[in-house]
Ligand binder design. Structure first.
Ligand SMILES: CCC/C=C/C(=O)SCCNC(=O)CCNC(=O)[C@H](O)C(C)(C)COP(=O)([O-])OP(=O)([O-])OC[C@H]1O[C@@H](n2cnc3c(N)ncnc32)[C@H](O)[C@@H]1OP(=O)([O-])[O-]
Ligand SMILES: NC(=O)C1=CN([C@@H]2O[C@H](COP(=O)(O)OP(=O)(O)OC[C@H]3O[C@@H](n4cnc5c(N)ncnc54)[C@H](OP(=O)(O)O)[C@@H]3O)[C@@H](O)[C@H]2O)C=CC1
Length: 291
């Protein structure tokens, strides 16, 4: 954990910050003093994120300390540059200039590549890759215009980016693009005082995963135990652990770190056992069945 107050006076914008891992990161930034803007499509998600942040901040505050405005939600589809700019405007007018951006919003559903429609491909690639670019560009534009520094961007990626992701070709391809963007923008924007890093969550199950991903997990009634046994570390990740990594990467303690993608997965992406299980084709893995 970073020292208390590490983010005092800092406004952090987190896309998809109202659910799952985005919400967990929002809470950890706010615990350290940040004001947090939550940007996504669904106001109900914003409300959940704002409530979680406010609760965490209230619990951490010394008794009797007056409440401060810590979080707001703003509606935007990250695929649309005008909506992105309007959401930055809304967050900045409520909380002050954004100097930290977490590109966390994502879309994903399991599908065989041969069965993926052009529209399904575009939906995922546009949310994950184009959305991360549009938000990064917006932060950079504002940051440079006001002569501010330092700034930090954190791109949430996935291990599929370097291993490939059978059954998720759209997401794997988009996340690989995000990793290339992390490295590219790190160099282009270092002179502007903006660091750009990536963070890969391993397996972090939570209640907000979309139905298509939950359905795969729910096939196994003992899924939690199975998940844990499948990880070299013997357990899955806890969302607040991702928040700890995110707050470090965007903080001055990582001030000389840029263009790096940190993997937080208990060693899972490196797993290549001496005795490998037989291959089950992905088409068979996705077919409805009982385990
Ligand atoms: C634990 C594992 C690791 C987790 C990693 C994560 O990333 S977790 C993070 C995961 N979190 C999330 O994913 C949360 C957000 N996710 C979402 O909002 C939706 O999944 C979304 C991506 C479809 C939204 O896209 P949208 O607003 O544009 O909505 P739209 O309805 O207009 O559909 C567009 C196109 O997609 C097609 N299509 C849709 N579903 C399926 C399907 N199951 N099958 C096949 N195709 C599907 C649909 O037919 C259409 O194509 P068409 O007909 O025009 O050719
Ligand atoms: N959970 C896990 O085990 C893993 C997660 N990841 C990555 O972690 C990140 C968080 O995932 P997780 O919390 O699990 O998933 P969630 O489904 O909970 O979060 C996805 C978020 O993205 C937002 N979002 C989706 N589409 C758009 C859009 N078009 N415009 C704006 N916001 C959008 C959603 O908000 P709204 O619906 O309100 O728009 C939602 O809050 C993602 O980048 C994901 O790829 C990577 C590997 C594993």
């Amino acid at each position: 954990m970073l020292p208390a107050g590490s983010y005092d006076g800092t406004t952090v914008l987190i896309t998809g910050g109202g659910t799952g891992l985005g919400r967990a990161m929002a809470v950890e930034f706010a615990r350290l003093g940040a004001r947090v803007g939550i940007v996504s499509r669904d106001p109900a998600h914003h409300a959940a994120g704002v409530t979680a942040v406010e609760q965490a901040v209230d619990e951490a505050a010394p008794a009797g300390r007056p409440k401060r405005a810590v979080a707001v939600g703003a509606v935007a589809d990250v695929r649309d540059p005008e909506q992105v700019a309007a959401a930055f405007d809304a967050v900045e007018s409520a909380l002050g200039p954004v100097s930290v951006l977490v590109n966390n919003a994502a879309a994903n559903f399991p599908v065989l590549a041969a069965e993926l429609s052009p529209g399904g491909w575009r939906a995922v690639v546009d949310v994950v890759l184009t959305g991360s670019f549009l938000c990064s560009r917006e932060l950079h534009r504002r940051h440079v215009a006001r002569g501010a520094r330092p700034g930090a961007i954190l791109n949430i990626s996935a291990a599929q980016a370097f291993t490939g992701g059978p059954g998720m070709v759209h997401s794997a391809s988009a996340k690989a693009g995000v990793d290339a963007m992390t490295k590219t923008l790190a160099v282009e924007w270092a002179p502007d005082g903006i660091r750009v890093n990536g963070l890969v969550p391993g397996l972090f199950p939570h209640q907000d995963l979309p139905a298509s991903l939950r359905a795969l997990r729910e096939r196994d009634p003992d899924q939690d135990a199975t998940d844990a046994r499948r990880q070299p570390a013997g357990r899955v990740g806890q969302p607040h652990e991702l928040g700890w990594a995110a707050t470090y990467l965007c903080s001055p303690f990582a001030g000389f770190l840029t263009g790096h993608t940190l993997v937080l997965d208990g060693g899972n992406h490196l797993r290549r056992d001496f005795v490998m299980p037989p291959v089950v084709p992905v088409a068979e893995q996705l077919r409805p069945r009982s385990l």
